[in-house]
Design a protein around this ligand. Structure first.
Ligand SMILES: NC(=O)c1ccc[n+]([C@@H]2O[C@H](COP(=O)([O-])OP(=O)(O)OC[C@H]3O[C@@H](n4cnc5c(N)ncnc54)[C@H](OP(=O)(O)O)[C@@H]3O)[C@@H](O)[C@H]2O)c1
Length: 301
């Protein structure tokens, strides 16, 4: 038997608990892994709250990105073998906050030696989101990129990708994240009342790309800074972004391989700020649910 963290009711964290399940065999196109690390994302608690619907049968295994060691491969899988170190996305909602899980081979890559299991576990969700947000609307070196929520798990990687491309980046975050943001070469602008005016002082002509990781009122307030509405892209709030004339994050093909390479060559450091043992999965989720985490939070086996 093997331990997995689940929620058994839609709603608050009280519905979360550990349960035991068989070590599952991989189906066709899947690989089974012993989990070494799992990234924690806002989507974990949003899903529990029912933000994506309440149709998944309970209990629902939690965790959407993992790294680990392959223990079995399913039919038709040719790119992986038992013993390979990998990072990827759990198949069939089987969860990542677990001792063992099953990954979708099509959304899994071999973990390069240069990347630790802990860092690797931040790539399938947060890393790919950062890559998509900086590529789905093309801008060139020297053009301006404004990032809302710049000190979080995705935002910090967005700023590092911006540096690789030579974008002139501005990161909006709380004052405690100033150093973290300036370390990427970006200009820091503190969030809170009057933020649009402060950004306008830095970029009087507006920005060529607005990458949003906050959404809602903050996105509405800063949207007029985009030179054109189509330059607004949001991973946090697609509905508001589309309403403003922009778009939600659009996952592109082959991005998992690309961002893994970028991390492998040291161009992006996922900046794992805190790790928690699997036994403290609830605490790890609560830390992300606070809404003000710095960099990534990862559960390690
Ligand atoms: N669509 C997708 O596939 C996808 C993938 C990944 C993430 N996402 C979404 O993208 C968002 C960010 O994800 P994440 O993993 O980076 O979350 P995170 O690590 O929790 O970071 C969110 C950041 O936003 C900042 N923030 C909160 N309120 C703010 C405000 N009013 N103004 C400026 N910054 C504010 C927070 O810190 P401070 O306020 O302390 O600065 C925090 O650093 C979430 O909504 C998540 O669900 C979507």
């Amino acid at each position: 038997m093997s331990k997995v963290f689940v929620f058994s009711t839609y709603g608050g964290p009280d519905g979360q608990q550990f349960t035991e399940r068989e070590v599952l065999p991989p189906g066709a196109g899947e690989i089974a892994i012993e989990v070494r690390a799992a990234g924690v994302n806002p989507a974990d608690w949003k899903r529990r709250e029912g933000a994506f619907g309440t149709h998944d049968p309970l209990p629902v295994a939690m965790g959407l990105e993992a790294s680990g060691v392959v223990t079995a491969v399913g039919d038709g899988v040719q790119d992986f073998a038992v013993g390979d170190e990998v990072l990827g996305t759990p198949a069939r909602g089987l969860g990542a906050f677990a001792e063992h899980t099953v990954l979708d081979a099509a959304q899994t890559v071999v973990k390069p030696e240069e990347i630790s299991f802990t860092d690797a576990a931040t790539i399938p969700v947060a890393g790919t989101a950062a890559y998509d947000l900086t590529h789905q609307v093309e801008i060139e070196a020297g053009q301006t990129l404004l990032v809302l929520g710049a000190g979080g798990g995705v935002g910090r990687m967005v700023l590092q990708i911006a540096k690789v491309h030579g974008f002139n980046a501005i990161g909006v975050a709380s004052e405690s994240k100033r150093e973290l943001i300036e370390a990427t070469g970006a200009t820091f602008v503190p969030s809170g009342d009057g933020v649009a005016g402060r950004v306008r002082e830095v970029v009087p002509d507006g920005v060529d790309l607005l990458a949003d990781l906050v959404g809602g009122r903050v996105l509405r307030e800063l949207a007029p800074l985009a030179k054109t509405p189509s330059a607004i892209v949001s991973a946090a709030d697609a509905v508001t972004a589309v309403e403003l004339g922009g778009s939600g994050r659009e996952p592109a093909e082959g991005v998992l391989e690309k961002i893994t390479g970028v991390v492998q060559y040291g161009l992006v450091d996922p900046h794992v700020d805190r790790t928690f043992p699997l036994e403290q999965a609830a605490e790890a989720i609560a830390a992300v649910e606070s809404g003000h985490s710095t960099g990534k939070i990862v559960i390690v086996a």
